[in-house]
Write a protein that binds this ligand. Structure first.
Ligand code: ATP
Ligand code: MG
Length: 289
């Protein structure tokens, strides 16, 4: 899975991540718009081929998790990275504020039922990581979860949650689900520009929310929560990638590269038929002739 191009964005297990040291803007992988499109199309074509074998071989599934601050480009990245991939082989799920039914379960319940089936690619647009991000920044959300015991919102409490996540992902890995996680890393200034852009362009107004601007006030708290969560949950099996996201096209190319490398590392093969099955095919062909 290691690759010189994207490996520098992988969060190394056991090391304390400092987001201030991770770039949000890097030299572009493309020469111009046209080149970016051509490269993206090639990457997606490769994803599509790999997805076909993933489906046919029916042993593994791939779970791609996207987390980011608002306006970082999650939706666009998901759209572009999967455009052209057989929709029957992909399942995208978005997770917003939990419903009362969801709150009545443990925090891994609502995402668990959305995990990809064997042979498929599942995409989580936000995920159980919200439980150690937005909920950590706003611990008052915990009240609605009616958790037993004391020490809710203590350091141990959050560490316990991150351990639950690690254990969950280890379990998934053992059972054939490969989990890869992307943090689309935009700068505070780039987010500000994108919000203004949403206000200035009528066709983008629908994306604007005053709540998002208020949430910007908690930027540093979010960065701290991301640092803690990513440091504690980036493992060899289920790595986090901090993708520089001030340039959307570049970010999408990087995400596609990681997706393709991950699928390639599975060394997928179309299933080989046994003798009996080959004889069956031969007989069927004769019948059709
Ligand atoms: P977009 O704005 O691009 O449409 P979004 O993912 O930001 O997509 P919104 O409806 O704007 O969707 O926001 C969903 C909100 O729900 C986010 O602020 C997120 O932090 C919040 N959320 C998600 N999961 C949880 C959770 N488990 N507990 C509390 N809040 C959550
Ligand atoms: Mg939003």
């Amino acid at each position: 899975m290691l690759n010189r191009g994207t490996d520098k964005y992988r969060v190394k297990p056991g090391r304390k991540l400092r987001l201030a040291r991770c770039p949000t803007d890097v030299p572009k992988l493309y020469r111009n718009e046209q080149d970016a499109e051509a490269q993206q199309a090639r990457q997606v074509a490769r994803t599509s081929e790999l997805q076909d074998v993933l489906y046919a071989s029916d042993h593994y599934s791939l779970l791609l998790i996207f987390q980011a601050m608002d306006a970082a480009g999650k939706d666009g990245a998901i759209k572009h990275v999967l455009t052209g991939v057989n929709p029957l082989g992909c399942q995208v799920s978005s997770f917003k504020q939990p419903s009362s039914e969801e709150l009545d379960h443990d925090f891994l319940w609502r995402t668990t039922v959305r995990l990809p089936e064997r042979g498929r690619i599942g995409i989580f647009n936000r995920s159980y990581y919200e439980e150690v991000l937005v909920v950590r920044v706003h611990p008052q959300f915990l009240a609605a979860q009616r958790l037993p015991g004391e020490g809710v919102d203590s350091r141990d409490f959050w560490e316990g949650r991150m351990r639950s996540i690690r254990d969950h992902e280890t379990h998934l890995h053992r059972n054939g689900t490969r989990v890869v996680k992307f943090f689309l890393h935009v700068s505070n200034e780039e987010q500000r520009k994108r919000f203004i852009d949403r206000i200035d362009h009528p066709d983008k107004n629908w994306k604007f929310s005053l709540g998002d601007v208020e949430e910007r006030g908690y930027w540093n708290e979010y960065m701290r929560a991301y640092e803690q969560a990513l440091s504690a949950t980036s493992t060899k099996e289920s790595p986090w990638y901090v993708i520089p996201a001030d340039d959307k096209k570049n970010a999408r190319l990087l995400v596609s590269q990681v997706v393709n490398q991950t699928l390639e590392s599975l060394d997928l093969k179309y299933p080989k038929l046994d003798r009996a099955r080959l004889a069956e095919l031969k007989a069927a062909r004769q019948l059709l002739e």
